[in-house]
Design a protein around this ligand. Structure first.
Ligand code: GAP
Length: 513
């Protein structure tokens, strides 16, 4: 656990030191759970967004994008159910005065049992060596089976209680499990209450005439209310999708773990409109597609898993999370939800306008069903960034900090380094920068010894360093160094563009899907 915490602290401090993420309004001591993306962070974030957009919109003939406004008519949120049901169950500790999400306290309790399972598995793998069969072990070892049963019993009871709004039972469960305030150890809890997560704001100048609005808590509703506009103007035929990236706002009770849970964050969502009855097939298909997208980034299949929901949101008939192994354990990264016709039907009712599709094959109108994929851009950023940050011990015993970002996402693709600041080498290096910057984000660096410059670029996540030396003046060749392997090659300046393109282009990465 301490190791996990240390790794997470390293992630947060590295993100600041290398210009990725700053606390918002830091000079005023910051604003809780709000962050600013710095010069490198904004590039990494943009690259993740572009990678998603390319895979979802550009590569799918039947998906188009929109960019709806953050402010929407307030009836939107009545129709969507957010005014009545977008709540988190909260509980206060009477001694520490700290507030927690009751469901998160229970889930964290279960995560501790999962850690025990992992320890049993590691011990057994050591004991049995090559003969170890994990699947067999976890399904037959009595202690592990007992742990799994305990987790299932707890989570299904919690799911049922939340579903039935039985908040007294949620409190009883916390007490029965002996869950204590993680900060103080106190078990002196208040009752569990529901808390609405939407931020309110006002439209209009004078207090009497102002209209109460909400900052959108999800981007999805901007897509639902535009469903028919897009379908008609784009002459879209079902099945088709509408994608969008943009800010969402939630007044999270417990906003912690850096950019994992923020009050202002960005979502990348896609609503896929399908024929009623076919939603199960599309739900399974999008679960597969989205997992493939994640795996294309090469961060290891073992770091992802599906978690099918017991407790379904008010709009869903099936839902699953893609969880990622963050430094603090497996947590939700993306949700895939089969949202039925709940949203479109509710908007029909509240607006009095029809939101139906005329199916020429079936010769009838219907309200389509929707399968949604929804991923937090900031959460994806944290997944990529925390996974990529490594401390390596080199052959000579020294250590290096390296940010092994998937090169397609790296903010700077190459740094051009003149070996010395004289003899015409800076001029050649700057000419290379001037040529390459049409195609890639590149940097020029002439300060310090070249070894230190390599380390700086490693820590910054730059996949290539290109060094110009005295021989370059004669042979028009440079040394290209690969961040991850530290291998160096002598290549012609004229080949640089092709070499870099091969490694960093979205095409070569997305073709792995
Ligand atoms: N339209 C469906 C929807 O909003 P959600 O599970 O509430 O579903 C989808 O959110 C994704 O948005 C999550 O999987 C997560 O990646 C991201 N997300 C949600 N709340 C967040 C927060 N407070 N901070 C950062 N990301 C968040």
């Amino acid at each position: 656990m301490a190791k996990q915490e240390d790794q997470f602290k390293r992630v947060v401090s590295h993100a600041k030191e290398y210009g990725y993420i700053f606390q918002s309004s830091e000079i005023y001591d910051g604003l809780s759970a709000v962050y600013d993306y710095a010069q490198n962070g904004v590039e990494l974030k943009k690259n993740i967004r572009d990678y998603w957009w390319k895979a979802m919109v550009q590569m799918n003939d039947n998906i188009v994008g929109i960019d709806a406004a953050i402010l929407m008519h307030p009836t939107t949120w009545k129709a969507s159910g957010h005014v009545d049901a977008f709540n988190d169950p909260l509980i206060d500790n009477k001694d520490s005065k700290k507030r927690y999400r009751a469901d998160v306290l229970i889930e964290d309790y279960c995560a501790k049992i999962e850690n025990k399972i992992e320890k049993e598995v590691t011990k057994a793998a050591k004991r049995f060596g090559d003969a170890f069969n994990k699947e067999e072990f976890i399904t037959t070892n009595p202690r592990v089976v007992g742990y799994y049963e305990k987790i299932n019993t707890i989570l299904s009871r919690m799911g049922k209680s939340l579903e039935n709004e039985d908040l007294a039972d949620v409190k009883a469960l916390i007490e029965e499990l002996g869950i204590a305030d993680p900060l103080t150890g106190s078990k002196n809890w208040t009752d569990v209450k529901q808390f609405n997560l939407m931020f309110g704001t006002k439209l209009g100048a004078s207090a009497e005439n102002a209209m109460d609005l909400y900052l959108r808590p999800e981007t999805a509703q901007g897509i639902f209310v535009n469903f028919l506009n897009v379908q008609k103007t784009g002459r879209m035929k079902i099945p088709f999708g509408i994608a969008q990236t943009g800010k969402a706002f939630r007044n999270e009770i417990v906003a912690r773990q850096f950019i994992f849970r923020m009050r202002e964050f960005e979502q990348m969502e896609m609503q896929f409109f399908v024929k009623p009855g076919s939603q199960k097939k599309w739900y399974e298909q999008w679960k597969k597609n989205r997992m493939k997208w994640h795996l294309s980034l090469g961060m290891g299949a073992g770091n992802y898993r599906f978690h099918d929901h017991e407790k379904l949101a008010h709009y869903a008939d099936a839902a699953s999370d893609i969880e990622f192994k963050f430094p603090f354990g497996f947590k939700e990264l993306e949700g895939i939800h089969s949202r039925t016709d709940f949203d479109l039907k509710a908007h029909e009712t509240f607006s009095g306008k029809k939101l139906q599709y005329f199916d020429h094959e079936e010769n009838k109108n219907y309200v389509p069903y929707v399968v949604e994929t929804s991923i937090g851009l900031d959460r994806m950023f944290l997944a990529v960034f925390s996974h990529s940050l490594k401390e390596e011990t080199l052959e000579n015993g020294s250590t290096r900090t390296v940010l092994k970002l998937p090169s397609v996402l790296a903010p700077t693709k190459a740094a051009i380094l003149p070996l010395v600041k004289k003899d015409g080498l800076p001029e050649v290096a700057k000419k290379i920068v001037a040529d390459l910057k049409w195609d890639f984000n590149v940097a020029y660096d002439e300060k310090d010894a070249v070894g230190r410059r390599y380390r700086r670029q490693d820590a910054n996540g730059t996949p290539f360093c290109i060094t110009v030396d005295h021989d370059t003046l004669n042979d028009q060749k440079v040394t290209i160094r690969h961040r991850d392997t530290m291998e160096q090659q002598r290549v012609a300046i004229t080949d640089l563009k092709d070499i870099i393109t091969k490694e960093v282009s979205m095409k070569s990465w997305l073709q792995k899907m």
